[in-house]
Design a protein around this ligand. Structure first.
Ligand SMILES: [Zn+2]
Length: 410
């Protein structure tokens, strides 16, 4: 065999292994026969690959499929082995750090969530990030299974190729080689990406987007981010910057944004915009339960406070939420016209008040998006709620394990 042929053969084998693993992920439990039917691979190929996957503890046999036992001996079912290995997902938020460890069945086996409000600078936050990662890594090591990798979501622009956080406007961090910093502490594959792009990927793999090939994810918190999955693929753009929907200009002479531009969508549809609306209403003397709670300190306005006020039907809270929902709807309607998604998924820190935002988002979209584009589209809350981005950080590692399983086989 020529060298060219053996290279092709190895590449073909990798593709087939990835096809089998991806099919098992989406449709397990499946028998070998069912796998052959779905993938179009011949039964001998499926058998030999499944054998290799089982030998490496990536796939396991479970029970029997008796659905067509009358035509022969019952088939043994297969599924990805939950103990194949572990994945750590990390989200560095504007004011928090969130870490989860999941097994290969994407069951969370450990989690840590910490506010970073008490840390004053980048160095202190990064020290804490490395500490929490090290702690999670040590827990995985005790389980004596591989750590497939660490996915990291950040609220900013990422150069995916070099693993550099170029600019996080709401942290005011720039040009940080975060991937290499983590990799020099823990020697496993590390994937760095924008948190909203990761969230879109996570929802499409495990969450509210599983049934759709094309989805728009919008995340509202201190900032406003987005992620787009089209035809099953996360849209990354020429340089990996796609999805920065929060910085579309929607008002030519609008408020200044932390990115340096004016009138960005983020200035009207983020957590800050919501807080500003509440604060302005209170300054105008509108009666509200919130007034007595914050005692003249607008810095005490928070999402839990607004959520509680809304539950009590406080008019200031409800009006501020409705207006913020309307502005979210304005941008979502435009984006729907542009990308024609099957689903729109809403997440981020404002997910906790989604029941007050979604009605005005939906109403605004109904008025503004083209009706053909709206046909059959659901606008729904993210399945993972506030965990959407950190589960997305898991998803980017998971995607690579499924698509390049060779690295994990002996
Ligand atoms: Zn901006």
């Amino acid at each position: 065999m020529t060298q060219r042929n053996s290279v092709d053969h190895a590449a073909m084998r990798d593709m087939n292994l990835a096809l089998i693993l991806n099919t098992l992920r989406a449709e397990s439990p499946l028998s070998r026969v069912a796998l052959a039917n779905i993938t179009g691979l011949n039964k001998a190929t499926v058998s030999s690959m499944v054998k290799e996957l089982i030998r490496n503890n990536v796939v396991r046999e479970i029970g029997v499929d008796v659905s067509n036992s009358d035509v022969g001996r019952p088939a043994i079912n297969l599924e990805p082995d939950p103990e194949a290995g572990y994945i750590i997902g990390l989200e560095i938020g504007v004011d928090f750090i969130s870490v989860v460890t999941v097994n290969f069945a994407i069951e969370v086996v450990a989690r840590r969530f910490e506010s970073t409000a008490r840390y004053f600078n980048q160095e202190a936050i990064l020290d804490r990030v490395l500490f929490l990662l090290q702690e999670s890594y040590e827990q995985v090591q005790k389980r004596q299974r591989p750590l497939f990798g660490i996915g990291v979501g950040v609220p900013g622009l990422v150069d995916v190729a070099s693993g550099t956080l170029l600019f996080a406007p709401n942290l005011n961090w720039r040009d940080l080689p975060l991937r290499d910093m983590i990799r020099s502490a823990i020697d496993v594959p590390v994937y760095l990406a924008n948190e909203a792009n990761l969230a879109a990927l996570g929802e499409s793999y495990f969450g509210a987007g599983q049934e759709s090939d094309s989805l728009l994810y919008v995340s509202s918190g201190v900032g406003l981010g987005g992620g787009i999955v089209l035809n099953g693929r996360l849209i990354e753009g020429a340089s990996g910057f796609a999805g920065e929907v929060g910085h579309m200009t929607v008002e030519k002479d609008g408020l200044e944004c932390n990115c340096g531009n004016k009138g960005c969508w983020e200035t009207l549809a983020s957590q800050r915009a919501l807080f500003r609306r509440v604060s302005e209403a209170l300054q105008q003397g509108q009666p509200s339960w919130i007034t007595q709670m914050i005692q003249d300190d607008p810095g005490r306005i928070s999402i839990p406070l607004i959520a509680e006020a809304a539950r009590q039907k406080d008019p200031v809270a409800l009006q501020a939420l409705a207006e913020t929902g309307e502005w979210l709807g304005v941008g979502i309607a435009s984006l729907m016209n542009v990308i024609n998604p099957q689903r729109v998924i809403f997440g981020g820190p404002l997910w906790t008040v989604h029941e007050y935002l979604l009605p005005s988002i939906r109403e605004t979209v109904a008025q503004r998006a083209w009706h053909w584009v709206q046909e059959g589209v659901q606008i729904i809350p993210a399945a993972y709620g506030e965990d959407t981005a950190v589960m997305g950080a898991v998803a980017i590692v998971y995607r690579d394990v499924l698509n390049k399983p060779r690295r994990w086989l002996e």
